[in-house]
Design a protein around this ligand. Structure first.
Ligand SMILES: [Zn+2]
Length: 195
């Protein structure tokens, strides 16, 4: 896995966390647990995310992946009696690569997942969404043409029903609009393909 503590965004995240949580920067380690060790409360997360978005000019997802996928595909696919099942465990392992995979296991309760959020969680998110800004499709997913133009707008601003992140391309041949699939959907597809 990528060493997110070496990311140029690590400092950005530490600065923001120190400010929001009123801590000295030295008190913050890459794998400090926000809730348990840094004293964050749920209300702080919105503030942290807003500041990250302001500072990096990216937009981060407003719900966690299991909430997003549960709303879309049904909660029973990922949870049993409010506890992670096998599929839910695989999703969260893939979604949070900065956490040792063995720490996620079936039986974990939904609210306990937030306990694993560390500074590296935010750094990883920034890196992933920044990389997406550079994304370019090879060809049109409708007609196969490689004759594409980049639209002026972000996919999330342009497509009404879609909240896909990253840039938006238009096929010059058929007019199809092409955006990157949501990260959540990509992970879902990978996990389902392994089943
Ligand atoms: Zn096309």
């Amino acid at each position: 896995m990528k060493d997110y503590a070496k990311s140029p965004y690590y400092e950005t995240v530490v600065d923001i966390l120190a400010d929001v949580l009123q801590l000295e920067k030295e008190e913050i380690e890459p794998d400090s647990k926000l809730l348990e060790e840094l004293g964050a409360e749920s209300v702080d997360f919105l503030d942290i995310i807003n500041r990250i978005e302001e500072k990096t000019s990216i937009s981060l997802p407003d719900v966690n992946i299991l909430k997003y996928l549960s709303d879309k595909y049904g909660k029973e696919l990922f949870f049993e009696d409010g506890k992670l099942n096998n599929t839910g465990t695989k999703v969260i392992q893939m979604a949070m690569p900065e956490v040792d995979a063995s720490r996620f296991h079936t039986g974990l309760r939904e609210h306990e997942i937030a306990d694993f959020i560390t500074p590296l969680t935010f750094v990883r998110q920034i890196e992933v969404y920044k990389t997406l800004e550079e994304w370019k499709p090879e060809k049109c997913n409708k007609c196969g043409s490689g004759n594409l133009s980049k639209e002026d707008k972000d996919a999330s601003e342009y497509l009404e029903i879609s909240i896909d992140p990253g840039p938006l391309y238009k096929c010059r041949e058929c007019g199809n609009l092409i955006s990157h699939k949501r990260i959540e959907e990509e992970i879902y597809e990978k996990v389902m393909a392994e089943k």
